[in-house]
Design a protein around this ligand. Structure first.
Ligand code: HEC
Ligand code: HEC
Ligand code: HEC
Ligand code: HEC
Length: 447
């Protein structure tokens, strides 16, 4: 039956854009909207693997500014969770907050991440929250004919936010007033039970965030199977792609033949807005933010400043770390060579040995968030400081896996720690192709 749409879908899949046909909602109304969220601290993709070279705030900014120029009436909805929860990312978060504040957002849900790190953002007029603390946040924003509501619930913020039942009893009467001139939209993040309860009300659209735990990023599977992201089990509910790797779009917006952001910013640019005729079925698209969205990011200057400050911070840390170096428990691979010649020979020819050079080639060797997995003991006393101070600890070495071994290399009867699991570093989104057996095969040594 639906051969043509299927072929179209396959075609789009090959082009990198997925179109998902969902059940037509009962109260179908045409709303042009884009939804982003879940960047989870990624300014740009790490670049560790081309398959996960997607997303990040920089690319989100490119796409949103371009869409805002070509489709000024489209609602731009942010589902939150775009900052990092790692304590060492506090410096980075301030830049992410600034970049978010410059996006042309219509509404922004104050999600788990923002509630756990409440600095910044809250005072922006479009931030929505069901936090119990009243007067700081609003739970609804009206924009032209839309009422946009925001709701979040997670165990970690249980004491801070209303449950769905509390939120519902506070606003029930407002939602029951049907006004044909008003379309109600809900930005939702929370457990399925609450989502089900929420969908009993006649929302024109519910956009639901991902509720995967912080730190759980995505692999290939969701991209191969967009139905895992765009949930079709509840009418009206749409899911934002995980980890900020893509943008969801609904309504009649179209992506094809959109001019580049750079050309739109030319003073004489004529904007051509293309509205595709709507299919009788509700249509949702996912645009994966691949390398083409790298161009002309409005957030580029801000994040260049972040990298500059990171490099300065890296330099400042050197003196302090040098004082700890005298008692370093790390020896470096060269110290193992004499007694473990075969293991050394295998390591020397593996990619691990060149992992620091990889960062230098990308000029990311002063960015702390990159260095940790590409050198020995970066966050540990006596570990890697810089290529100048500790050249013997650059790259992934024996001691990344076998723990500090200086004492053992001087007295081999001293045993060390058990091997560190590969997945400490070979995790998403850094190593999407990792499998214990095929990877170990390439560096196999010992018994
Ligand atoms: C002076 C020689 C010598 C040096 C230097 C040396 N080892 Fe060993 N290592 C041994 C001997 C001997 C054993 C025990 C024999 C065995 O079980 O294979 C051993 C065992 C090991 C083991 C397996 C047992 C355990 O403790 O987990 C690991 C792993 C190991 N060495 C790693 C290293 C690393 C890493 C370095 C360099 C930082 C290093 N060794 C330096 C001699 C040395
Ligand atoms: C400290 C972090 C870390 C740990 C732990 C680690 N790796 Fe790696 N691994 C890396 C990095 C970084 C690279 C990329 C190096 C480069 O090319 O710059 C890499 C690359 C590799 C590669 C090369 C992949 C390719 O495309 O050829 C293999 C194979 C590999 N690791 C296997 C393993 C195995 C098996 C384990 C566990 C026994 C392991 N690694 C543990 C960080 C780590
Ligand atoms: C959680 C650990 C981790 C962090 C953090 C990390 N990397 Fe990696 N990186 C890896 C691993 C593991 C690989 C190897 C992936 C594979 O081959 O499966 C890798 C591979 C790479 C490669 C490809 C090397 C090759 O041989 O082609 C580049 C480039 C790279 N990383 C750059 C970066 C940059 C830049 C950052 C910071 C934004 C970063 N990495 C942060 C673990 C990490
Ligand atoms: C990517 C992680 C990784 C790196 C890098 C690595 N090893 Fe290993 N090594 C392992 C694993 C995993 C094993 C097998 C499991 C085990 O015995 O603990 C192993 C086994 C060994 C063994 C045999 C242990 C035994 O009990 O028989 C020795 C010795 C050893 N490694 C030494 C080295 C030396 C020396 C280097 C650096 C030149 C090195 N390894 C680099 C992960 C690594």
């Amino acid at each position: 039956m639906r051969v043509a749409p299927f072929l179209h879908w396959m075609h789009q899949l090959l082009l990198g854009t997925c179109i998902v046909f969902a059940q037509a909602p009962l109260h179908a109304t045409e709303i042009d909207w884009l939804a982003i969220g879940d960047a989870r601290g990624f300014i740009a993709p790490c670049g560790c693997d081309p398959h996960t070279d997607l997303g990040g705030i920089k690319r989100i900014a490119t796409l949103l500014h371009r869409e805002h120029l070509t489709h000024p009436a489209a609602l731009i909805l942010h589902l939150g969770n775009s900052i990092s929860l790692l304590p060492e990312d506090a410096r980075k978060n301030t830049f992410i907050q600034k970049a978010l504040a410059e996006l042309p957002l219509t509404a922004s849900l104050y999600n788990e991440g923002e509630l756990l790190h409440p600095e910044g953002l809250a005072d922006l007029p479009y931030v929505l929250s069901n936090a119990k603390k009243k007067g700081v946040y609003q739970s609804m924003r009206r924009v032209s004919t839309y009422e946009i509501w925001g709701f979040t619930w997670a165990e970690s913020i249980e004491s801070q936010v209303e449950t769905w039942a509390q939120f519902e009893s506070a606003h029930h009467s407002e939602w029951e007033k049907t006004d044909p001139a008003i379309q109600r939209i809900l930005l939702f993040s929370g457990p399925t039970s609450m989502l089900q309860a929420a969908s009993h009300h006649p929302w024109a659209l519910i956009v639901s965030a991902n509720t995967n735990k912080y730190g759980d990023a995505i692999g290939d599977e969701e991209r191969k199977d967009p139905a895992r992201l765009v949930r079709l089990d509840h009418p009206f509910v749409r899911m934002v792609p995980l980890a900020g790797q893509g943008v969801l779009r609904g309504g009649s917006l179209t992506l094809s033949d959109t001019p580049s952001l750079a050309s739109l910013l030319q003073p004489d640019a004529s904007t051509q807005i293309k509205n595709t005729p709507r299919s009788p079925l509700e249509r949702i698209e996912i645009t994966w933010l691949d390398t083409q969205y790298e161009e002309a990011s409005p957030a580029a200057a801000l994040f260049a400043q972040y990298e500059k400050e990171e490099a300065e911070f890296f330099e400042q840390q050197r003196e302090k770390k040098k004082r700890e170096q005298a008692e370093s428990p790390f020896a470096g691979s060269a110290a193992c060579k004499g007694c473990h010649a075969s293991a050394y020979g295998i390591w020397e020819h593996s990619k691990h040995a060149h992992a620091y050079g990889t960062l230098q080639d990308k000029n990311k060797h002063h960015i702390s968030e990159c260095v940790g997995c590409h050198v020995v003991g970066f966050s540990k006393p006596g570990g890697f400081i810089s290529a100048e101070d500790t050249p013997h600890l650059a790259g992934v070495q024996c001691e990344n896996c076998h723990g500090p071994r200086k004492a053992h290399s001087m007295n081999p009867t001293l045993k060390g720690e058990a091997a560190t699991p590969c997945v400490a570093c070979h995790k998403q989104p850094h190593s999407p192709a990792f499998s214990e057996s095929t990877y170990w095969e390439k560096i196999h040594h010992g018994r």
